[in-house]
Design a protein around this ligand. Structure first.
Ligand SMILES: Cc1ncc(C[n+]2csc(CCOP(=O)(O)OP(=O)(O)O)c2C)c(N)n1
Length: 306
């Protein structure tokens, strides 16, 4: 259990950035930097977090920070780790440094997955954090491999016949865990204590670690900006977003949800699902509930909790 006292008081992710009010990515970045244990280099893929926190000549990052292309955050993090190793070997550097790569779901599930897979397979020592706002938000809300079934985006619009995105979400942590890495976990910013403990754990393991964190987005999910944390909590309390970790292949459920709320509670606060409440799409809500139940069963079985 993390206590507030042990966290960095200093704000390393500062105010004054241009992220939207209620943006999950800003909250996640701030919490992440509270968990640092030593000098840390941040590698940031293109996306909302990057564009809104570093508008020239300003920056919100009081850490070394590098912006990389959309597709290669994990490759650059690997290169930095290898460079530090080489400098140490040569006697040109002797300090311990941590490396964190941040990328959105577009930069992770879709376009950055080959770079991430390579880095995980090669075993580089870094923490990869995917903040998942479930679409390409920075470029105008296009669907990604992380967008859930039924969500309306500009490239999966809801019409009279089509109920938003037809496909379901990828099992990202399953893909990462299949690389045989030491640590992979999901998290929600509504459970700050669990999230920060996971950042600490991800930094402590020697080798790659991955955290997949739900990131509310008032603009793209179309919800009130004061509802972000409530939605992040409902994601967990409806069992939509199971919170678990995988250590050396062993799954562990971190937040039990014995009395789940119906998925409507999560959906109804977000404009991206508004059409599902029309009579012709009501059956889609049932499909989403079935997916949630099936996914929960699969994860809890893996966790030995079923
Ligand atoms: C190779 C390439 N394709 C497309 C783009 C345009 N682009 C920049 S950011 C972005 C969306 C990022 O989405 P995501 O990773 O989910 O992060 P978010 O903006 O939601 O925080 C896109 C498509 C780009 N920069 N590079």
């Amino acid at each position: 259990m993390v206590t507030l006292k042990e966290l960095t008081v200093e704000e390393l992710f500062t105010s004054g950035h241009r992220l939207c009010a209620g943006c999950g990515a800003g909250i996640i970045a701030r919490m992440t930097l509270k968990a640092l244990r030593r000098p840390t280099i941040i590698v940031n893929a293109t996306g909302c977090l990057e564009v809104a926190s570093t508008i020239y000549p300003y920056t919100s990052w009081r850490t070394p920070w590098v912006h990389v292309a959309f597709e290669n955050a994990a490759a650059v993090a690997s290169g930095i780790e290898a460079a530090i190793k080489a400098l140490k070997k040569r006697g040109a550097w002797n300090k311990e440094v941590d490396i964190i790569a941040f990328a959105g779901d577009g930069g992770t599930f879709d376009i950055g997955i080959q770079a991430l897979s390579g880095a995980l397979e090669r075993g580089h020592d870094f923490l990869y954090i995917c903040y998942d706002n479930e679409a390409y938000m920075n470029t105008g809300i296009q669907r990604s491999g992380a967008t859930p079934h039924g969500a309306a985006t500009t490239t999966s619009p809801a019409g009279t016949k089509i109920p938003g995105k037809p496909e379901f979400k990828k099992d990202f942590i399953g893909i990462c865990a299949a690389h045989g890495i030491e640590y992979a976990a999901t998290a929600s910013p509504a459970y700050w204590n669990d999230y920060i403990r996971k950042v600490q754990r991800g930094l402590a393991v020697e080798g790659p670690a991955v955290i997949h964190v739900f990131s509310p987005c008032p603009l793209g999910m179309r919800h009130d900006s004061d509802k972000s944390i409530e939605i992040a909590r409902l994601a967990v309390q409806t069992r939509y977003w199971p919170v678990y970790e995988v250590e050396n292949g062993k799954y562990k459920l971190n937040i039990k949800v014995p009395r789940p709320k119906p998925i409507e509670e999560f959906l109804k606060l977000q404009g991206r699902f508004r059409h599902l409440f029309k009579p012709q799409f009501q059956h889609e809500i049932k499909r989403i509930q079935e997916w949630v139940d099936e996914n929960w069963k699969r994860i809890t079985e893996l966790c030995g909790e079923a």
